[in-house]
Design a protein around this ligand. Structure first.
Ligand code: ADP
Length: 381
């Protein structure tokens, strides 16, 4: 097996346009193996730094609640840890790795995302580390399928997503997925390796990619958009003076996009019945910003409108792909959905409403980490 040549510990690195995601596979079965002395020493050194801390430098964060225990990767058992930091801090993190002496230890770093190309020279020159490079979309799909297969509670959906009282989150058992209303239709879909095909993946990172997945390693990028997480964060920075993504989300949660967007009812006085457009549909995003009474628009309303505009645009693209390929399940991932239930619920509603209940939005709890997990594919496969 190729694994014999790839020394522990194993790192998966996804260097994206905004965030760098790092996953660390920490073996917990060290004792049984041939060269436990060095491996244990290396594991201990890394453990003492990575696993004993939740924050690294100024901007590195470990998402402790996402940690996956008892995972098997190629005959090894261990824990997967999830860490992220802003990609603009990459040079700083390269120095951090250098100063902690991690670079001298033999280890395997699988890397994906644009930064795997952009920073490979620095990693080599500064750290003497060579990345095992992988394609980011391939890694994304592999990561989704690996995590879904290893974590039965990974996947969920919303019932009554926009109803404050009735909204409920339910676990979707991907491997034995059941949806009472459409069980009949499901009979035709084939189940392979416990995972159901086909499905659409909508990855909302800085930008957006929409993929159609028909089977193992069988996918195509069907669509995409530049109106994604970067667009939302950028508008909030410039229009609302937000310093962080979290601040932008909190602001949006307090805002009302009806003060900013022109709705169908603002134009028609009610529903546009003949084409089936409800009055509360956004007809023109930011359409009220050039009206004479725009002074009453608050920054929180602008943030909310930026969020709704982004979601509506992404939702429309994702649904188009699902409809044109005749696929019923759309899996939304990417860090735009981090700490952002408003966006998830909005997308869930949009998929259900605009497809008359035939399409379903699914969400995954490891949101933005699938590329980093999936680029460990040399080990996972
Ligand atoms: P990429 O690989 O392009 O960096 P991600 O899936 O990591 O994509 O998502 C990046 C997006 O996630 C940002 O554009 C922003 O909307 C959102 N986001 C969530 N949390 C953060 C954060 N802590 N810092 C910056 N952006 C964040």
């Amino acid at each position: 097996s190729i694994v014999d040549d790839l020394p522990m510990p194993w790192f998966g690195l996804d260097i994206g346009g905004t965030l760098t995601k790092l996953v660390y596979f920490e073996p917990t079965d060290t004792d049984e193996f041939i060269d436990p002395e060095t491996e244990r020493l290396v594991a201990k050194t890394i453990h003492n730094y990575l696993v004993s801390n939740k924050a690294y430098g100024e901007a590195g964060v470990r998402d402790v609640y996402l940690q996956l225990n008892n995972v098997n990767i190629n005959a090894r058992t261990g824990v997967i840890h999830f860490i992220r930091f802003p990609t603009e801090r990459m040079p700083y993190f390269i120095q951090l790795v250098k100063s902690k002496g991690f670079a001298q230890m033999s280890s395997t770093v699988c890397a994906t995302g644009g930064g795997a190309i952009k920073y490979s020279k620095d990693a080599e020159q500064e750290l003497g580390i060579q990345f095992y490079k992988a394609d980011e979309l391939e890694s994304l799909i592999k990561g989704i399928e690996f995590v879904a297969a290893n974590n039965p509670d990974e996947c969920f959906y919303y019932d009554n997503p926009l109803d404050e009282e009735k909204c409920r989150k339910f676990i979707w058992r991907w491997s034995s997925a059941r949806c009472s209303s459409t069980d009949e239709e499901r009979k035709d879909e084939h189940v392979k390796d416990g995972l159901q095909y086909p499905y659409v993946v909508c990855n909302i990172g800085s930008g957006v990619s929409v993929l159609v997945v028909r089977g193992k390693s069988q996918f195509e990028r069907a669509s995409g958009s530049s109106i994604g997480g970067g667009f939302f964060a950028g508008l909030c920075c410039m229009l609302c003076k937000c310093e962080t993504f979290e601040e932008a989300i909190e602001l949006a949660a307090r805002g009302d996009n009806k003060n900013v967007d022109k709705l169908v009812r603002d134009i028609y006085g009610g529903d546009y019945d003949s084409v089936g457009l409800p009055g509360d549909t956004v007809a023109a995003s930011f359409g009220k910003c050039c009206a004479s009474d725009r002074e009453k628009i608050r920054v929180e309303d602008l943030a909310r409108s930026a969020l709704v505009t982004t979601c509506n645009n992404i939702g429309s693209i994702a649904l188009n792909v699902a409809i044109s390929h005749g696929i019923d399940r759309i899996v939304f991932v990417g860090n735009f959905l981090r700490v952002n239930p408003i966006a998830s619920r909005h997308l869930a509603h949009a998929m259900n409403f605009w497809s008359k209940g035939t399409k379903k939005a699914l969400f995954l709890s490891h949101e933005g980490y699938f590329g980093a997990v999936g680029c460990l594919d040399k080990l996972v496969d």
